[in-house]
Design a protein around this ligand. Structure first.
Ligand code: NPW
Ligand code: K
Length: 502
């Protein structure tokens, strides 16, 4: 397992489903790293993470019937050695533990109590090692009652791999799931650590190296395509279109934004965002009646006067305008539909947002059939449901919709998912809650268009825009309104320019 050429792309940022993680474990074991050693390293990593955050105190370690419980036995041993006062409780029969867990259970010198609410007693910290990757049904019975008792105590809870009840693949909760203060997972994160509601139950997330060689991912990749990543610069920074010394404004692309007749603020926000993210030129197509509104507010942006949808189609047909955006403030009417179809017919990079999606609610096939060039759709959940029947968790819904539409899907929310028709996906956790305010979607759409105009491929452009959007919001801090985002993009771009993999 020394062939680094077989490593999947951006492997540090990969998110592994529980099944893929089990394959990685197996590959490591097949390469000569015994499972019991991985478990010893996993338990030690959790104990170390606990010891760096809390001083020795009364702790109850809750162990489940599988290998997550095996980690719990190791944690209990390490904390006891470090001078902690440790109680340990086990769900099920000690004799039924799987081999690696049974081996570590034999090293535990203390009592093994039955797992029930009384065992958390007067603990000052609780370790949840009940279920991890092997969760196969909703939590109930003693496991649920005991975790509820632990949460009622109000003391910090440290989750091993995942808080019990959290589905590592989808981020969904099953039965009952406690809120951890700290979650220590191993080797790589899982989608469920970043997707909501799961992310909110993990608390601080630590990824520990337990000795699985990265090359194990090569073996996993031969059985399952590894193409889901945490969104961040690791994945797309090589494709980021930094301005070049010999460049001029025409090489930095030209975005055309369809301006609405009533909600003029949305297209203005989008246009400013496209400009700030680096597009060389931005034109707003402004309906004649409101042309002065646009023209007086956008000094360095071209404001073209359009009398009709045909005028807009004429602008869209100009090949110098290499990225087109329809939707922000557009209105859910026939005119928006015609403009969206005119943009798609031009065959260039196109972003459709908001009303430009809603207008295809009755016949989404018309939209999908019209797609020619790289196209990005940016629905929130409500707009998504109008276009797609895809069911299931957020990640699989976005992937199915991307495949069905032939577009890059940006399914927005606190855990925005970007999905490409070929199955690649990004899960974004880099977004403060302050972004949930009017107009931020318009800014995002403009940023994607601005990056597309500079030649960035659609999937990478969408991921970069989503990350920079979050970064600009973090840079501004509390009290954010959408107008603040374009103004804070320079700071976000500066952070990206200095960004180093760690
Ligand atoms: N493999 C390795 O080398 C390494 C693995 N590591 C660790 O192993 C963990 C994965 O271990 P795992 O696969 O044994 O699964 P785990 O989460 O312990 O649960 C399985 C057990 O729970 C049971 N069960 C499930 N749901 C239930 C429910 N709702 N209510 C009741 N019972 C339920 C299930 O029963 P079954 O479904 O079989 O009937 C089975 O008995 C992983 O998260 C990491 O912590 C690390 O040590 C690194 C090395
Ligand atoms: K757990």
């Amino acid at each position: 397992m020394s062939d680094s050429a077989s490593l999947p792309p951006h492997h540090h940022a990969l998110l592994l489903t529980p099944r893929e993680m089990a394959l990685a474990d197996q590959a490591a074991i097949a390469a000569g790293v015994p499972g019991a050693r991985l478990m010893a390293a996993a338990g030690k990593a959790v104990a170390d993470a606990i010891c760096t955050r809390w001083s020795p105190r009364r702790v109850t370690v809750l162990c489940g019937p599988g290998n997550n419980g095996g980690d719990g036995f190791v944690i209990a041993c390490r904390l006891r050695e470090a001078g902690w006062q440790v109680r340990l409780a086990l769900l099920g029969d000690r004799a039924a533990l799987p081999p690696d867990a049974a081996l570590h259970a034999r090293e535990w010198p203390g009592a093994v109590e039955p797992l029930e609410p009384a065992c958390v007693g007067d603990a000052e910290l609780v370790v949840d090692a009940i279920f991890g990757a092997g969760l196969s049904r909703p939590l109930d019975g003693a496991a649920k009652a005991t975790l509820q008792a632990a949460e009622r105590l109000g003391v910090p809870l440290c989750a091993v791999d995942t808080p019990s009840g959290l589905d590592g693949e989808s981020g969904n909760l099953s039965g009952y799931t406690p809120h951890a203060a700290l979650t220590v997972t191993f080797f790589r994160r899982k989608p469920g650590h970043l997707l909501l509601p799961g992310r909110e139950h993990c608390g601080e997330l630590v990824v520990a190296d337990i000795g699985i060689p990265p090359e194990a991912l090569g073996a996993v990749g031969r059985q399952a395509p590894l193409q889901c990543w945490a969104n961040g610069p690791r994945v797309w920074r090589e494709a980021f279109p930094w301005p070049r010394a010999q460049g001029h404004k025409y090489q930095r692309g030209h975005v055309l934004v369809a301006g609405g007749a009533l909600m003029t603020g949305a297209a203005r926000l989008a246009a400013r965002a496209a400009q700030r993210v680096g597009a060389g030129l931005v034109t707003v197509a402004a309906p004649a009646a409101v042309w002065p509104v646009y023209a007086s507010a956008l000094e360095s942006i071209i404001v073209a006067r359009v009398e009709s949808d045909a005028d807009f189609a004429g602008l869209a047909a100009d090949p110098r305008k290499n990225a087109l955006l329809v939707g922000p403030g557009a209105g859910a009417d026939e005119s928006t539909r015609r403009q969206a179809l005119a943009a798609l017919a031009a065959g260039r990079a196109t972003v459709l947002d908001a009303d430009a999606l809603t207008v295809f609610a009755r016949d989404p096939r018309t939209l999908f059939d019209a797609v020619q060039g790289p196209t990005v759709l940016t629905p929130h959940d409500g707009e998504f449901a109008r276009l797609f029947a895809a069911a299931g968790d957020k990640l699989s819904r976005a992937r199915k919709a991307a495949r069905e539409s032939g577009c890059v899907l940006v399914l927005k929310g606190g855990d925005t998912v970007v999905a490409a028709p070929d199955g690649r996906a990004l899960v974004n956790a880099h977004a403060p809650a302050t972004l949930a305010t009017g107009g931020t979607g318009d800014v995002l759409a403009g940023m994607i268009a601005g990056l597309l105009a500079q030649g960035m491929p659609a999937f990478e452009a969408a991921g970069a825009a989503v990350w920079l959007h979050g970064e600009a919001a973090y840079a501004f801090g509390p009290g954010l309104v959408a107008d603040d985002l374009p103004a804070h993009l320079p700071q976000a771009l500066g952070t990206l320019a200095r960004w180093q993999p760690h």
